[in-house]
Design a protein around this ligand. Structure first.
Ligand SMILES: NC(=O)c1ccc[n+]([C@@H]2O[C@H](COP(=O)([O-])OP(=O)(O)OC[C@H]3O[C@@H](n4cnc5c(N)ncnc54)[C@H](O)[C@@H]3O)[C@@H](O)[C@H]2O)c1
Length: 252
């Protein structure tokens, strides 16, 4: 049996969007503390993430960039190439999830949600592909949401966008499989990050927790083992999948 050569953990380089806070920050620390050099991409200040990664003994490159601006994503890829010389992992996590009734959703708001959650993922992935193709084990992980299995009210734009993330994941997995690049999604349940609390999406957190098979409040850390699994060089046969991590609410 031949085992494909996998890069040593210390050599790998990861790019994580939406790195300034919440799930993205947790992912930066998780991958950096396992030896990957991490570039965080965000429009917000990433000082807290940089500190957290350094505390974990990792390497962190903050790249201030708007994932919806093509010129920014091209510059981001240039900065990653200049700093690390490679990119093995791309985690598309930047996103927005407004809670708004359908009839109150303006066209501008609809476009804003789809632009950030879909165009951002497209632009970042495409900009990094030349580097990912050179990796011996390229990994793309897209953060979708358990809403795609549930279709909750007042989240039509968001659910539409995250369903698009699943379609993107499946089709791109087929296209990049021959290059040895896997493309997968994670669908988290309700996580009371600062943004989720501020925007009111956690108003019915008690109801959600009560409906979960595991009745505890989900934290960003609950997603880490799934992320590490999908990014592992040994997971090269897992692609086009969406791993649901929601404590057993959707039971998908
Ligand atoms: N919190 C939840 O309950 C939950 C559940 C399921 C899925 N998700 C998804 O997880 C992801 C992260 O959510 P979170 O709760 O950690 O939110 P968050 O607001 O803490 O993180 C999102 C980050 O994206 C950044 N960002 C926004 N617009 C950007 C842009 N144009 N360019 C670059 N960066 C930009 C923000 O500055 C922020 O740091 C999102 O895609 C969200 O849809 C969250």
């Amino acid at each position: 049996m031949t085992v494909p050569a996998a890069p040593a953990a210390g050599e790998r380089a990861a790019v994580i969007t939406g790195a300034a806070s919440g799930i993205g920050q947790e992912f930066c620390v998780a991958l950096a503390s396992r030896g990957a050099r991490v570039a965080g991409v965000d429009i917000a200040d990433m000082a807290a993430t940089r500190q957290a990664v350094r505390r974990a003994g990792g390497t962190f490159l903050p790249v201030t960039a708007d994932v919806t601006a093509e010129s920014d994503t091209a510059r981001m890829a240039d900065e990653v190439r200049a700093a690390f010389g490679r990119a093995d992992i791309c985690v598309n996590n930047a996103g927005t999830y407004p809670l708004v009734p359908f009839e109150e959703t303006t066209y501008a708001e609809w476009r804003r949600v789809l632009t950030l959650n879909l165009d951002g993922m497209f632009l970042v992935t495409r900009a990094l592909l030349p580097l990912l193709r050179r990796s011996p084990a390229g990994r793309i992980v897209n953060v979708a949401s358990a809403v795609v299995w549930l279709g909750p009210p007042r989240m039509v734009a968001y659910t539409t966008s995250k369903s698009g993330v699943i379609g993107f994941t499946r089709s791109l997995a087929s296209e990049l499989g021959p290059a040895g690049i896997t493309v997968n999604a994670i669908t988290p349940g309700m996580i009371p990050t600062a943004t989720a609390v501020r925007t009111g999406v956690t108003a019915d957190l008690d109801r959600v927790v009560a409906g979960q098979a595991i009745p505890k409040v989900q934290q960003p850390a609950d997603l880490v083992t799934s992320l590490l699994y999908l990014c592992d060089p040994g997971s090269g046969f897992v692609t086009g999948a969406a791993i649901n991590v929601d404590g057993g609410f959707a039971k998908h």
